[in-house]
Ligand binder design. Structure first.
Ligand code: BDR
Ligand code: CA
Length: 314
């Protein structure tokens, strides 16, 4: 099978890490790089998590540093420590990488060079704020011509998780998302409308442990942390980022609606809001396909299988 080349741009992050593990078990995709963006934790911590993860899982995938603050330059905003833990991986502590080192290129340079190298075949999975992608677009005007598709976790048509209207990834850098949405890159948005439905339980944790692999156990440990956060009412083991991965390689587990979307970059209550014109009131050109319905059992089984598959190379 011809593999589809993907770069994962992320803010690892408990659920980002599970998305990376699952991606390694997707035979239809080849992860050709992982780029880091400030989000759940500061960029330096995200990048270190990505590198340690790749070494721990014994893969040979380039890992790059990336943006450490949003486009507006108004300082970084991070998730509160009790969401992903102060180091981003909950209670999981990975050894510092000794045999892998960072790719010398910054994310925007790496992403652009790979896009040109793959001549229109490159696809992007973004599971954190969109800063690196926006910088790539702004620095390289021809970049969009080379990108096949961008799948992202972010936004919501129904309401936010940081405040009444903003989802975290968009809230961190709404200007970046605006830049991407108004570029010519084809986008699929997987937001809280569907990701809030992806709650995992002890049952899934047990299945992952039963695989007896590094990949299964690590995913189980991350889920375990998520299930035991301080406030279980709000901080369940939701697979936000793995669902964005599913939209790229297992799209049949969701139903989508094409529409125009923009992000609020101002507003007392609404900065970071994703205004989704689902009823086409604005009569503007469609710029996104949004996931609106999920077949949860289908997704859950697929995710467990992908993580199992990822461990088969052990
Ligand atoms: C998103 O925010 C982060 O906390 C998660 O990793 C996910 O990408 C959910 O709003
Ligand atoms: Ca994330």
């Amino acid at each position: 099978m011809k593999k589809r080349p993907f770069i994962i741009d992320c803010d690892t992050g408990t659920d980002d890490a599970i998305a990376i593990i699952a991606a390694l078990g997707c035979e239809e995709m080849e992860v050709i790089g992982i780029t880091s963006c400030s989000g759940n934790v500061p960029e330096q911590t995200v990048a270190r998590n990505n590198l340690n993860l790749i070494e721990y899982l014994e893969r040979d995938i380039p890992v790059c540093h990336g943006a450490w603050m949003p486009l507006s330059g108004s300082g970084s905003m991070h998730a509160e420590d009790h969401i992903h833990g102060s180091q981003g991986l909950g209670s999981v502590v990975l050894n510092d990488a000794v045999s892998h080192s960072f790719d010398p290129r910054i994310a925007s340079q790496f992403i652009y060079e790979k896009a040109v190298q793959y001549q229109g075949e490159l696809e992007l999975l973004v599971t954190g704020p969109m800063t690196n992608i926006a910088i790539t677009i702004l620095e390289h005007p021809d970049f969009c011509d080379y990108v096949k598709h961008l799948y992202f976790m972010g936004g919501s048509a129904i309401g936010g998780n940081v405040n009444t209207s903003a989802e975290f990834n968009i809230w961190v850098d709404p200007e970046a998302v605006h830049t991407v949405l108004f570029s010519s890159v084809a986008c699929t948005m997987v937001g809280l409308d569907v990701t809030n439905l992806t709650v995992m339980t002890e049952k899934e944790e047990e299945i992952l442990r039963s695989f007896g692999t590094k990949e299964g156990t690590l995913a189980a440990d991350l889920m375990h942390y998520m299930m035991h956060r301080e406030n279980p009412e709000f901080y369940l083991a939701r697979m936000h980022d793995p669902l964005a991965l599913a939209s790229a390689v297992f799209p049949q587990c969701m139903k989508y609606q094409d529409c125009f979307i923009d992000t609020e970059t101002r507003g007392t209550y609404t900065r970071g809001h994703t205004a989704a014109d689902l009823r086409n009131k604005l009569q503007k050109e469609v710029n996104v396909s949004i996931a609106m319905e999920l077949d949860f059992p289908m997704f859950r089984n697929w995710l467990l299988e992908r993580i199992q598959k990822a461990g088969e190379t052990d």
